[in-house]
Design a protein around this ligand. Structure first.
Ligand SMILES: COc1ccc2c(ccc[n+]2C(=O)c2ccc(S(N)(=O)=O)cc2)c1
Ligand SMILES: [Zn+2]
Length: 260
C-alpha cells in the first residue's frame, strides 16, 4: 500500500501523522498575495540554460506524471534570480484538478489555476546527489508555472500524446529530445520565497520561483492528464489521477519577494 496520497484517508490533511514536518515553518505551497510581496530590485532575471537538456523518460509514479532528465553534469541549469549558484534540472511534473476551477498548488490572492507545472532543480555545486540536496535548506529550486485553460498549447501535445503509455502507476516510457523551454510563458517575472516539497517527504529544501504569467492549454489537452490513474495495472481499483495538489499552507511570517 502507498504511504500517502490525495484521498480522504491518506491525503494532505493527514500527512502530518507520518511526516511531522508537514506542520513546519516553511511549508509549500502558499497563497501568494501580490500586493503584500516586496518588490526587490536586487532580484535579477531567471536564466535558463536548457539548450543541451537531455530528457530520458516519462513515468507515472502513482502521484503525478514525471519527465526525468540526465543530470550527471551541468548541461541544463537554472540560475540568477534568488539563486546563489546554478541548479541542475532533474525532472518536471504536473499537479491538476478534476475541474478547471482548481488544480494548482500555489494560489494568487486566493485564485487557483487549472494546473501547475513544477521544474525541479538541485544544487550540484554544494551537494553530491539529488537525495542529499533534497534534505538541505538550499538544496532545491523549483520553477512553478501556472496552466490556464483556453486555446490549444502548440507544444503540450508532445506530452499529452504519450500519456496513454504511462496510464498506470509504475509505468515508464522512453521520452527523449524534449526541451521544457517550450512550456514557459514569454515573460518570466516571478515571485520567490523559501518553502518545501509539496508532497511527502515535504523536506524544507526548496527555493520556490513561481512565474506570474500562466501558459494557456486547452481543456482537451488538460483532460488527457485525467485519463491517468493513481493505481497500478494489477490493482482492480482504478482511481483516476486528478486533484493531486496540496492546498496552501501557513506563511508563518515568511516574506515573498517579487522580481517586478
Ligand atoms: C527520500 O527522498 C526523497 C526526495 C524527494 C522525493 C522523494 C519522494 C517523492 C518525490 N520526491 C521529490 O523529489 C519531489 C517531491 C515534490 C516536489 S514538488 N511538488 O515540486 O514540491 C518535487 C520533488 C523522496
Ligand atoms: Zn510538484
Amino acid at each position: 500500500g502507498n504511504l500517502w496520497g490525495y484521498g480522504e484517508q491518506d491525503g494532505p490533511s493527514v500527512w502530518h501523522k507520518n511526516y511531522p514536518v508537514a506542520e513546519g515553518a516553511r511549508q509549500s505551497p502558499i497563497d501568494i498575495v501580490p500586493h503584500q510581496a516586496s518588490h526587490d530590485p536586487s532580484l535579477g532575471p531567471i536564466v535558463l540554460n536548457y539548450d543541451k537538456c537531455t530528457s530520458i523518460k516519462i513515468a507515472n509514479n502513482g502521484h503525478s506524471v514525471v519527465v526525468e532528465f540526465e543530470d550527471s553534469d551541468d548541461r541544463s541549469v537554472i540560475q540568477g534570480g534568488p539563486l546563489g549558484n546554478p541548479y541542475r534540472l532533474k525532472q518536471f511534473h504536473f499537479h491538476w484538478g478534476g475541474k478547471d476551477c482548481h488544480g494548482s498548488e500555489h494560489t494568487v490572492a486566493g485564485k487557483s489555476y487549472a494546473s501547475e507545472l513544477h521544474l525541479v532543480h538541485w544544487n550540484a555545486v554544494k551537494y553530491k546527489t539529488f537525495e542529499e540536496a533534497a534534505t538541505a535548506p538550499d538544496g532545491l529550486a523549483v520553477l512553478g508555472i501556472f496552466l490556464e485553460t483556453g486555446d490549444n498549447h502548440r507544444w503540450l501535445h508532445t506530452i499529452t500524446d504519450v500519456l496513454y503509455t504511462v496510464k498506470f502507476k509504475g509505468s515508464v516510457t522512453d521520452f527523449k529530445g524534449f526541451n521544457p523551454k517550450c512550456l514557459l510563458p514569454s515573460s518570466l517575472h516571478y515571485w520567490t520565497y523559501l518553502g518545501s516539497l509539496t508532497t511527502p517527504p515535504l523536506y524544507e529544501s526548496v527555493t520556490w520561483i513561481v512565474v506570474k504569467d500562466p501558459i494557456i492549454v486547452s481543456e482537451k489537452q488538460l483532460g488527457k492528464f485525467r485519463m491517468l490513474v493513481f493505481t497500478g495495472e494489477e490493482e482492480d481499483q482504478r482511481t483516476r489521477m486528478e486533484n493531486n495538489f496540496r492546498p496552501p499552507q501557513p506563511l508563518k511570517g515568511r516574506k515573498v519577494r517579487s522580481s517586478n
